[in-house]
Design a protein around this ligand. Structure first.
Ligand code: DLL
Length: 430
């Protein structure tokens, strides 16, 4: 383990540490950030009300909207001059949400990233290629600092220029890559077109991926295309970036680094905390962030806390299921909520389905019409394409409760994205 003392700390000590750090965080936020001060007063709570970890539910929750409203520096708990870095998440509407970091924040983030990368098998001296974008997105620099902290040799290619990316993997003997899951598929396609055999010509045997939902089916595809062991890593700009939680070699869920974050799972409708193993929306509280403490931040991500006790890997930190989707990524089609993850799970089970898909929603008279565009796994004759589309249609109907049109298209016909994949094209909004 990268930090055995922290990663295997007994639950009692972990909880004690969480409470100490929670009280410090809440006191600091209340004293230094007018936004929290006002919000707590409106809810008639103060830092003195936090005596146990269970008292956390007394505090109000916050969301991305609060970060936007306080753009750019309204959520800072330290003087502007103490910040050494900013990142932002682009968001689909309006202003970006900005996050600031002190030197200590960058160091804590590098620590959780080093733990996560070590847990996924990265070792000192390995060539570690970082394929997410560098810049305001937290992906590139997050993996970069974690890899350096661990002592790996970081290859900071960032995203794009995929041919050079593959050539470097071959020339440098890259052992492990980090990225966005859908980009791993795209790289595999480009390698194929270059005549590079991922199994024989490259030594990439481990990959760590996140930043978007990727189903177990997609993961199996990536693992077999690359002949690699895949690990899931979760995080968001508001909690430093990638590395709030990460997967261990048991491959049965992801560990949340409990000494840096408190995770709660709530019913997204009522806001009440749900029980272990019950699915709901993840709410995160930061315990070590100095520049921008986040108290009960609603992530919109759906998962559940796994009731496993101590993990077979020896770590004691809370385990959650891989992220299933976002409570706000459902699209309404004639009043029925459709989540891309549901469709992906059906598609990726089918060996004749290729590497990309997209849901297109448009108006057809007064009604909505949804088409599932699916790339085939190779060039198919008309009859085979019809066969594939009818077998997908049969499997999708019971999952969605209605029958979307299924259109099977040749490999590479759906546009690739170098960042997070665009799974939905909603033409009703144009
Ligand atoms: O996507 C940080 C990140 C970069 C994580 C690289 C992992 C790897 P944001 O741009 O702020 O930060 O987006 C955060 O992405 O709330 C989830 O909806 C989604 N997300 C992140 N990791 C996963 C994952 C980065 N492993 C939002 N599985 C989060 C599913 C994920 N969704």
């Amino acid at each position: 383990m990268w930090n055995k003392a922290a990663e295997t700390m007994d639950r009692r000590s972990l909880k004690k540490l969480q409470l100490e750090r929670l009280r410090e965080t809440v006191t600091k936020a209340y004293g230094a950030v007018p936004f929290y001060n006002k919000l707590f007063k409106e809810h008639h709570v103060s830092p003195d009300d936090i005596r146990t970890l269970e008292d956390l539910v007394k505090l109000p929750m916050i969301s991305k909207i609060d970060l936007r409203d306080n753009y750019p520096y309204g959520m800072l708990a330290v003087p502007r001059g103490n910040c050494v870095r900013i990142h932002a998440s682009s968001g689909t509407t309006g202003k970006p949400t900005l996050v600031c970091y002190t030197k200590e924040d960058v160091s804590n983030w590098s620590e959780v990233m080093a733990r996560s990368l070590f847990m996924a098998g990265l070792r000192r001296g390995d060539a570690f290629q970082v394929t997410p974008g560098y810049g305001l997105f937290t992906g590139g620099l997050g993996f970069h600092y974690g890899g350096e902290r661990l002592g790996a040799m970081v290859v900071p290619t960032g995203t794009g220029n995929t041919i050079r990316q593959i050539n470097l993997m071959r020339d440098l003997g890259t052992n492990m890559i980090a990225g966005i899951a859908s980009y791993a598929l795209h790289m595999a396609e480009v390698a194929g077109s270059m005549g590079v055999d991922l199994h024989k010509d490259l030594q990439v045997r481990r990959g760590i991926f996140g930043a978007e939902v990727w189903s177990d089916g997609l993961r199996k595809k990536i693992a077999s295309l690359w002949d690699m062991d895949c690990y899931d890593i979760y995080g968001m700009s508001e909690m430093y970036g990638p590395g709030a939680a990460s997967e261990c070699s048991a491959h049965e869920g992801i560990h949340v680094w409990d000494d840096h974050f408190i995770i709660e799972v709530i019913d997204p409708e009522t806001g009440e905390v749900v029980g272990p193993e019950e699915e709901g929306e993840i709410v995160m509280t930061s315990l070590t962030k100095e520049a921008m403490p986040m108290i009960r931040f609603r992530t919109r991500d759906l998962s559940r806390i796994l009731d496993v006790g101590k993990c077979s890997c020896g770590r004691t930190h809370t385990k959650i299921a891989r992220i299933k989707g976002r409570s706000d990524d459902g699209i309404s089609v004639n009043g029925v909520k459709v989540f891309p993850g549901q469709v992906e799970s059906v598609l990726m089970r089918n060996p004749d389905v290729g590497l990309n898909y997209q849901l297109v929603v448009e108006k057809s008279g007064a009604l909505d019409k949804m088409t599932v565009m699916v790339e085939a796994n190779g060039t198919l004759a008309d009859q085979a394409a019809r066969g594939l589309s009818s077998s997908i249609a049969k499997e999708i109907r019971p999952v969605l409760g209605f029958s979307p049109e299924i259109r099977v298209v040749p490999p590479l016909s759906i546009e690739r994205s170098e960042g997070k994949a665009k799974r939905v094209l909603d033409l009703r909004k144009r």
